[in-house]
Design a protein around this ligand. Sequence first.
Ligand code: AHG
Ligand code: MN
Ligand code: MN
Ligand code: MN
Length: 323
Amino acid sequence: MRSLSSQLHLDHSSTDLSILLNCLAVACKDIASRLQQGAMAGVLGSAGEENVQGETQKKLDVIANDILKDYLQDSGVVRALASEEEEDIVECSKLGNYLVSFDPLDGSSNIDINSMVGTIFSIYETTAGGDISSQDFLQPGRNQVAAGYVLYGPSVMLVLTTGNGVKMYTLDQRIGEFMLTQEQVSIAADTKEFAINMSNQRHWAEPMQRYIGDLLAGQDGPRGKNFNMRWVAAMVADVHRILCRGGLFTYPWDQREPEKPGKLRLMYEANPMGMLIEQAGGKAYTDQGPILDIQPSHIHQRVPVILGAANEVDACLGYHLAP
Ligand code: AHG
Ligand code: MN
Ligand code: MN
Ligand code: MN
């Protein structure tokens, strides 16, 4: 058995990056223990406030955000952080060399039904010593030095890339350590499974309507095979399924808010998941191009997301290019 710390050493991760990743792991263990206490700890339900995304915050959105902020600010290696739940960036240590963006709790509508949620994070290096601003965060996802998530499910799992493939760790609750349980995660190029919130169908652009329509047509339709659909309503769990057994996930452009295309956030969801998917051999696109090549314009920017099995992402993109 190999712990996260030993694996980071074998991967030649720098001391500071190892400190940062271990710090994130500890913060997520803390979040996991609060989730496990559930109603007994009084952590369920709404916090009664709205975040910068215009969403009503759950208590656990706020608790998870505060836990991550506390640990990262005290780590000594983080220059600043950005969060789905914070309007502005938060300065940490002057001597820190890393910028961390995170979605403290993904899938928060699942909290009150005791279903899967997660924490998603994205890490960049910075040389900004003096003043720091949100501009320093506006780097393409291609610049990420590490990305990952912790999934709070039947097991607590850490899924991580430092740019050399994807590894999965499982929390051994007896000893409180993340142990390596899968190396070389790889997504098959073809699939018969897709994930989308079908209730939004009437709001999608015409190419996405046609693509999903052809999947639903099954083996008698133009795709010539039967597709299965899954939707956990937490990107972290839907992406985890794709890393485990393949598939395509999309949260497409939606006509209801043309100035905010899609629901998912570039910095907290699309970029870190995009890096993981690419590192596992899949593809991560908007309807225009690779997610990781986007030059962000705002820390809370939203993007359409189409990711997973390489050939299926290509098939979906084909509908967007063809008349
Ligand atoms: P968050 O809980 O961090 O705001 O993100 C929720 C996102 C994402 O996890 C998921 O894919 C999507 O919202 C689910 O949305 P639906 O309500 O359309 O199912
Ligand atoms: Mn939210
Ligand atoms: Mn989210
Ligand atoms: Mn969230």
